[in-house]
Design a protein around this ligand. Structure first.
Ligand code: NAG
Length: 365
């Protein structure tokens, strides 16, 4: 229909998992240690559903090592299509209530579980912990999540009609009555130029981040009770703005990143994150590449072994994180150089795509 569609594959504007095929098996654990592995609960991302091909591939990869592992994938509807739709449309507070009821009703989880949330599923599982945590979470792993909010509504996969509809509606005003109660992404949108409106009108994120005047001590008690909060950021994420939101980072009015440690959120310990940090419970983790792009091997090495099977030694963990951090620094350096030489093609293509997207939305709506 229009020429830029052929470039869109490069942009990878997808929040659903795209897992690459596994090519090697480095991990051969002692089977006995995995017989009693904790159950695990997954929460899919925007545009994805509980039992999509990508999700099932990950579950299978866990079962390959621990055949007995109990896996539950959070679903908000009977059908996959309806579950996917619930990722765009709905009231997140109601959805979290449903998740609380759902998890409480599963006998296999009654003694606690590890939790893995992809993209927006990450902050929703954190909300589960803060509001319910019954049964309790041991480790929470969030992957490319929007803990600190987003300064723009995330982009869509090409053919995703629900996502396009969501964006069209969101453009009518993210804090307006209908949108703020019905569009999921509006409920973690945080406008850096309009924080007062965000605080008074957003129905989910300010509450769950304990940013309002009245701090909820239950949130702090529940969150600090977990064993580990591991937060993965994608080094080259261009879908989520800013990508540092995965680590509770946010942008100021000028677009500069304010890291967690510089925020009152941390300094005044609104959620107990400082307490957790000092107790070694926070883990700032990295995945290479664009939003939600990782291989099964990367999933096993960085998530399953350290946080689901808990078979990584402290020393191994340090080495793994150091390696990821070195790669990140290298990528940051390369990006700076590209920007300086005005050769940032990816950004140029993205800007053109956004323009086109805008034109299309205007035509549609
Ligand atoms: C704090 O959160 C808990 C759990 O969601 C809720 O039951 C309680 O009413 C909240 N307290 C305040 C003061 O909002």
């Amino acid at each position: 229909m229009y020429p830029l569609h052929s470039h869109s594959a490069l942009l990878l504007l997808a929040c659903a998992i795209a897992v690459a095929a596994s090519t090697r098996t480095v991990f051969t654990p002692h089977t006995s240690s995995l017989d009693t592995v904790r159950p695990v609960v997954f929460y899919h991302g925007m545009g994805d559903s509980a039992h999509s091909k990508g999700m099932e591939e990950l579950f299978d990869s866990l079962r390959a090592f621990a055949p007995e592992i109990f896996i539950h994938s959070v679903s908000l509807a009977e059908s996959e299509a309806e579950d996917q739709r619930a990722g765009f449309f709905g009231n997140v507070n109601h959805q979290i209530e449903t998740v609380c009821e759902q998890l409480k009703g599963i006998p296999e989880l009654s003694k606690g579980f590890n939790a893995v949330g992809f993209s927006q599923g990450g902050q929703f599982l954190r909300a589960y912990i803060q509001r319910c945590n019954d049964p309790p979470v041991h480790n929470l792993v969030t992957v490319g999540s929007q803990h600190g909010g987003v300064s723009d509504i995330p982009g869509c996969v090409q053919a995703d009609a629900s996502c396009r509809l969501m964006r069209t509606i969101a453009r009518s005003g993210v804090y307006s009555g209908y949108v703020r109660d019905h569009i999921v992404q509006a409920q973690y949108y945080k406008d850096p130029k309009n924080l007062a409106t965000y605080l008074s009108r957003n129905i989910f994120l300010p509450d769950i981040n304990n940013e309002l005047a009245l701090k909820n001590t239950t949130y702090v008690r529940h969150l600090t009770s977990i064993n580990k909060l591991a937060m993965f950021m994608f080094m080259e994420d261009i879908t989520v703005k800013p990508k540092e939101t995965a680590w509770f980072g946010f942008q100021d009015e000028n677009g500069d990143i304010i890291e967690l440690e510089e925020q009152d959120q941390y300094k005044e310990n609104w959620l107990g994150l400082k307490t957790m940090d000092r107790a070694g419970k926070l883990s700032f983790e990295l995945f290479q590449g664009e939003h939600m792009r990782f291989s099964v091997d990367e999933f096993i090495d960085n998530i399953a072994i350290p946080y689901i099977f808990e078979l990584e030694t402290v020393e191994e963990g340090k080495k793994r994180k150091q390696k990821n951090m070195e790669r990140y620094r290298q990528i940051q350096k390369e990006q700076q150089q590209r920007q300086q030489s005005g050769m940032n093609d990816q950004t140029n293509i993205l800007n053109r795509f956004n323009d086109l997207d805008q034109t299309l939305q205007t035509t549609l709506g």
